[in-house]
Design a protein around this ligand. Structure first.
Ligand code: AMP
Length: 112
């Protein structure tokens, strides 16, 4: 499968890593939308949030543990936002489940 984030997960395409373990990789977004902008992905391919099921929910929970760990390590004390875009109208451009961890500026609500 020709998937950009699978290639990042297996090291075929280099990334600036913030965290990695057996199941998850976190790397800095190439086009940051905030002073801290990290993407967290499962190494195993999942298309989007729409495809999460009982077989994959464990890795999603694990991603949120990693987010909490990074927030502590990177001292994101003022707060942070976690976003996953699912589908075209939501702005998903890479068809491999990913969570944006954004911090270092104020975020509006509701999002645009
Ligand atoms: P989304 O639009 O929610 O699908 O997010 C995809 C994100 O991937 C965007 O924020 C891009 O800037 C980012 N991105 C695309 N290619 C790379 C790459 N090679 N390394 C890091 N981030 C990337």
């Amino acid at each position: 499968m020709d998937c950009l984030f699978c290639k990042i997960a297996n090291g075929e395409i280099p990334s600036n890593k913030a965290y990695e373990d057996e199941d998850v990789i976190a790397f800095y977004d190439l086009n940051p939308q905030a002073p801290t902008h990290i993407l967290l992905i499962p190494k195993k391919h999942i298309g989007s949030a729409r495809d999460i099921d009982a077989s994959s929910s464990k890795v999603v929970a694990h991603i949120f543990e990693v987010i909490a760990k990074l927030a502590t390590e990177l001292r994101l004390e003022d707060g942070f936002r976690v976003v996953t875009n699912c589908g075209e109208s939501a702005g998903q451009s890479v068809q491999h489940l990913h969570f944006h961890l954004l911090s270092g500026r104020a975020f509006s609500w509701p999002p645009g």
